[in-house]
Design a protein around this ligand. Sequence first.
Ligand SMILES: [Zn+2]
Length: 602
Amino acid sequence: MLSQLACQQASPFRAADVPVQDLGSHQFDPEREFPESSPLQLAVLWTKPEETGLGLLHTLRQMGIPFFWTHRLDQALKHSQILLYPSVDGKTFTPEEAARLGRYVEVGGTIFAQNVFAGSVKPLFGFREFSPSRGRHWVSFQSANDVVFRYLDRPEEQKVRLGSEKISEIFWTNGYSPDPNAKVLANFEDGTAALLSKTSGMGRTYLAGVGLDDVTVRNQSNRDFEAQRRYANAFEPGTDVWMLLLRAWYEAYTPNWIRLATIPDGKRSVLLLSHDLDSEASVPLTGDYMAMERRRGLTSTLFMQMKYANDSVGPALLSARNLEFLRKAKSEGFELGSHSVSHALTFNKFPKGTGREIFRDYRPRIGWGSKDYSDGTVFGEVRVSKQLLDGGIPGQHTIFFRAGHLRVPPTLPEALERCGYEFDSSFTAGDVLTNFPYSLPLELGMTEDTRIYEFPVTMEDEEAPGLAGHIDSDLSVIGANADNGAINVLLVHPNDPGNKVPAEEAIIRRLPTGVGASDLATFAHYWRARDHVRWLVQPSRAPLELILKVRAAESVNGLTFEFQRQIAKADGIDGLRLEPHRLILPTLTAGQEVVVHIRYAP
Ligand SMILES: [Zn+2]
């Protein structure tokens, strides 16, 4: 108690003011946000406007697939691909509308649907019956069998778990029984079809028995039924396979498709470096890692625990010496993030708090092994750590957070957004079953996003046998992610530099072809800017020519577009880089609009 009083009365540490914003509304109208603009877009026909469609929005935005959102069948039928979302029941279509959908497929249209129950469209989608169940736990893809499986080339991608078998009832799925003319592309373990396809005339339908929200945003919010096969340091694409399936579907059926790439500069993937500074002894050792990274032309993102009282785990970390270390790191180009105040093992159970927590009177107490806590709040951990970082380091505006022990309370997205953060890296990629960044939903729910982006940790150094013991398997995870255009976040604690600096360096040195490396924060800025880019394609009068219009809401480097067709020539702005099937834009400034004239090779 005495030491706390002393700290209160004569603190040498400056706390910046961190305003707490109102939460505001996160509802938005996808029809207004994603309007029709180009024939390349696939049409999302929104069959139940009372549902938010977050899983599909995440998928299409993350995969860079051009799309528009509409509730009007007429508008959707003008495009060569339609996604029916989220379901089709007896009330969705009139018999006349169902017949029009049938004619659309006959003449070459393609439909992807899920949760189709209506009797009138059974022949169109190729099923006789469906059987709803909460007891299905696995999906196996017949991955040699169809163009939509183009990216599912590894065992972990060809069979995915929907939930742990230890939990007898998970979310609802619909097992279909196919009609004789339909092709079964995936099965549940009970033998019913999880994905069907049927050709009618010149077109095709696809029907999934799994709701996309349940295998994307449910996992991303960690509301899954323990679906992950591994927690960290392994390739767990349980979310990604569904997004990659829709990406392959778009690429298979839109002639001359164009897609906004996930990775900048024409690369296949990136290794994103980060360190968690959460023990007094290890802070100075971080310098060894930084020196190696600088030698290789790199930096990393440093997450600093801002603990200001000794506790049962160890001494305080807020000290003049450590602040000086952080100032120097920042001046050398290393980005700083918050690693909370108390690093509690129970952080995921912390109460939300009030948003009025400040350094002067926020006094969380962490019991032995950090299993026990009192007086800690989510707002306190988020806000006070930022007050101290921003107050103690000139020019610092903390916008990146990583929770201690990677424990995530449901109120974290709200607390982060309201305290002015922009990015989080508190989940493991295994736990959320995805290797792509995503918008972190409010309350870790499934209906509304916050403005926070999540960058899940792919590989870390604490699981046995430690970093040096899994270099080869890390490289194979990186290779798997590179094949999908996904990212790799590496977390290394700065203790034991004798073993771990060479291990980290070996991973960097042996990165597969086309895989870059950078700090986590730089990529996070890129990702957000990419997500806010609006682009469209207009045909030109000349047959092989088209116009690509891109508008950047914020500054963005290395924005890359992928093309099905080979490009012969592109001009319109300086600094364009051209590869046969790729266009890399120069740095765009905030608000900049560019028009690129593209000519395909004949
Ligand atoms: Zn930590």
